[in-house]
Design a protein around this ligand. Structure first.
Ligand code: DQA
Length: 146
């Protein structure tokens, strides 16, 4: 059975009340529940983690080497700033799909660049919680066909 790490970055623990006009009213628990249901349908295992700390996110990526076949990652604001997370993704040799609730290309200019996208197998942005579900589908298909 495939194992996938779902990683949520900073401030995503506040979903539901955080800028609902941008991020919607679903909570992180709602999104996790949608992902768990989809994982059952796809017959894969998901482990889900959220951290506000760059260090913990890097450590989660490193540990994924030992058990995960792929990573679904919403890096939050670290998307636009973190060379360290980019290096971690490059180092682990596991396919990573980057997802965003909002369309980062339609927002402030500093959000339009992702330092991580070039080292991910693909990115999905702008579909709310559906971004995660589309990402999990794409990641699973990619792993199964490689
Ligand atoms: C986000 C987009 C980022 O620019 C922002 O910093 C977030 C959330 C998204 O899911 O739309 O925290 O990753």
């Amino acid at each position: 059975m495939l194992n996938v790490l779902v990683l949520h970055g900073p401030n995503l623990n506040l979903l539901g009340t955080r800028e609902p006009d941008i991020y919607g009213t679903e909570t992180l628990a709602d999104i996790d529940s949608l992902l768990t249901t989809l994982a059952k349908e796809l017959k894969i295992m998901v482990r889900i983690k959220q951290s506000n700390s760059e260090e913990k996110l890097i450590e989660a990526l490193h540990s994924a080497r030992e058990w995960a076949n792929g990573v679904l990652f919403n890096p939050g604001a670290f998307t636009h700033t973190s060379v360290a997370l980019r290096d971690a993704i490059s180092a682990i040799n596991i396919p990573v799909v980057e997802v965003h609730l909002s369309n980062i290309h339609a927002r402030e200019s500093f959000r339009r660049e992702s330092l991580l996208a070039p080292v991910c197998i693909g990115s999905i942005s702008g579909f709310g919680s559906q971004s995660y579900l589309l990402g999990l589908h794409a990641l699973t298909t990619n792993i199964q066909s490689s």
